[in-house]
Design a protein around this ligand. Sequence first.
Ligand SMILES: [Zn+2]
Ligand SMILES: [Zn+2]
Length: 161
Amino acid sequence: MILQVLSFIALYLGAVVFMEGFAWVTHRYVMHGWGWIWHRSHHEPRTGHFELNDLFAVVFAAPAIVGIYLGVHGTPWMLPVGLGITTYGAIYFLFHDGLVHRRFPMPKARSAYWKRLIQAHRFHHAVHTKDGAVSFGFLLAPDVRKLKARLTAQGVAADET
Ligand SMILES: [Zn+2]
Ligand SMILES: [Zn+2]
């Protein structure tokens, strides 16, 4: 029993951590690759409540739903995986759409960690094109000074906000 609980927790946390890596790779090579057709809307001013880029959230919800479904229908280890993906999605949504892009009210970030991540993602948005963007992670980000230096070297204005 205890072993089952521990492996459940390990799979759950593993899925959350894996998703940050998966999100980085997807953002770097799909969204700023052939998926730019959807992601472009996120690097331009939004008109209305939604943007084409929101469709990625729908796509990413699918493996979470499938994981939870299979988890309660005969493949128990899929349940923590599905819940881990869901948790990552929720954290991502609160951070990215709330804290950074203020699409809904969120308390102001106070910790140095969140402030650094917000700044790093703002720097990601300093570039409005498919190529040349920096900082593709969401819950892990490189040093803000390094990002700023890379942008400045490319001739992109990178003011900390
Ligand atoms: Zn982007
Ligand atoms: Zn963004």
